[in-house]
Design a protein around this ligand. Sequence first.
Ligand SMILES: CC(C)(COP(=O)(O)OP(=O)(O)OC[C@H]1O[C@@H](n2cnc3c(N)ncnc32)[C@H](O)[C@@H]1OP(=O)(O)O)[C@@H](O)C(=O)NCCC(=O)NCCS
Length: 172
Amino acid sequence: MAHAPRADWEDSVRLIEECAGLEDAIQGVLAEAFGRDLEAKLVDALRRDGSLAVSVAAGCTGGVCGYVALSRLQSPPYALALAPVGVRKAMQGQGIGSALIRRAIGRARALGYGSIFVLGAPAYYGRFGFSAEAAAAFPSPYSGPHFMGLHLTPRQDAPAAVIYAGAFDLLG
Ligand SMILES: CC(C)(COP(=O)(O)OP(=O)(O)OC[C@H]1O[C@@H](n2cnc3c(N)ncnc32)[C@H](O)[C@@H]1OP(=O)(O)O)[C@@H](O)C(=O)NCCC(=O)NCCS
């Protein structure tokens, strides 16, 4: 099954890294995608405490239509958490989320990070190379089929407990 971005949005969507000046628009996208404002608040808290390592927005004709964040973990030291990722409801299912995630992974690799962890649907994140097997040696309260890892370099972190940035306490 092909998961490449569809051609009908490729000309009208661009990926924007760093995202300075787009904070309010990103908040709006996340609040709409998740139907609540916790994820928008999470991104603000990550930005404030300096944990945000990679930030990618999708810019569409009408403004920002998608966003993904990678944040530094408290442990292991060279690992990141992927969360949140959200796409405006009307734009979902067109490959924008996949394009955001692939760009964020590429940026993390270029920055020299060792691993990315994510909690989510294996059917979705598996297509980017995440697997529960890759996270198995890294203890977490979320361990199980939905807690997945992706190792970016052969020089990955030694197995250690996965501890998210303190801002994630917002999600309870
Ligand atoms: C998850 C999300 C970011 C995906 O963005 P998107 O642009 O719609 O994704 P893409 O177009 O790249 O991929 C669509 C595929 O993802 C699948 N998908 C989307 N959400 C999924 C989920 N929660 N579980 C499993 N698969 C999912 C779709 O079924 C589709 O599969 P297909 O390619 O086999 O047809 C978007 O649906 C969204 O914002 N959802 C609400 C917020 C959310 O749940 N975020 C993820 C948790 S952190």
